[in-house]
Design a protein around this ligand. Structure first.
Ligand code: KIV
Length: 252
């Protein structure tokens, strides 16, 4: 079980693989922390699974701070990573300002989406002593420009670019990198090309860890489930059944 971000690096060489889950509220964060998850992510996926938005594009800093504070109250051990939402890191100064706000609200590290083109923002964040986690591959904040959630690294050129993105993030100071929806062979190549841990989602098994949106693990958001997500339970069905039992009891 990870207790501190300084232990991240050793997990790349010695294992076991890192297990990261998202949390957006106090009880979930507390349960996942007590269950022994290595890392918690207050992801901007909260826009969809908590706020009912169509994607992560509409998530604001105010949303992130609100949910991050709730998560912080529930967590004793696992390091908490918080997302910088869309348009909160357009320039290095803005990225640093908002990264500091997330840290003051209880994050242990911040994450933003992008590779080489984000290196200047990552450098100022890391130079300020703020631990940083990268995120490359499918970038949900760009889903509208991309016209959907597409697999990344399909051509040789695209695969090479992803390796360069990961290396640029590492050189800028990233302590780990999320690989989202990347062809497994390419995710494996990236994992071998960097010395910091990679944490995959929909990118095959050959990464240094895995991350999942907790709603996809619990089956609590039945209206959209990514193809790679294998729910371990069906909270949606249990909720519906409990609500119907209550309704019946009241009406009986
Ligand atoms: O916001 C999020 O939940 C994420 C994961 C998909 C990695 O960034």
């Amino acid at each position: 079980m990870l207790t501190d971000l300084s232990e991240l690096q050793a997990r790349k060489s010695s294992g076991p693989p890192l297990a990261m889950l998202t949390a957006y509220d106090y009880p979930t964060a507390r349960l996942l922390d007590e269950a022994g998850v290595d890392l918690l992510l207050v992801g901007d996926s909260l826009g969809m699974v908590m706020l009912g938005l169509p994607d992560t594009v509409g998530v604001t800093m105010a949303d992130m701070l609100h949910h991050l504070r709730a998560v912080r109250r529930g967590v004793r051990r696992a390091p908490v990573v918080a997302d910088l939402p869309y348009h909160s890191y357009l320039l290095p100064g803005q990225a640093l300002h908002n990264a500091r706000r997330l840290m003051r609200a209880g994050a242990d590290a911040v994450k933003l989406e992008g590779g080489v083109e984000m290196a200047d923002r990552v450098r100022v964040i890391c130079a300020d002593g703020i631990p940083f986690v990268g995120h490359i591959g499918m970038l949900p904040q760009h889903v509208r420009e991309e016209g959907g959630y597409k697999k990344k690294g399909r051509s040789e050129k695209a695969a090479r670019q992803l390796v360069e993105d990961a290396q640029a993030l590492q050189a800028a100071g990233a302590c780990a990198i999320v690989l989202e929806s990347i062809l497994p062979a390419v995710a494996s190549e990236i994992t071998r090309a960097v010395s910091v841990p990679t944490i995959g989602i929909g990118s095959g098994k050959d990464t240094d860890g895995q991350v999942l949106v907790t709603h996809d693990l619990l089956g609590s958001f039945p209206w959209f489930r990514p193809p790679f997500a294998k729910p371990e339970t069906n909270v949606a069905a249990a909720t519906t059944a409990a609500a119907r039992a209550f309704i019946d009891a009241v009406r009986r």
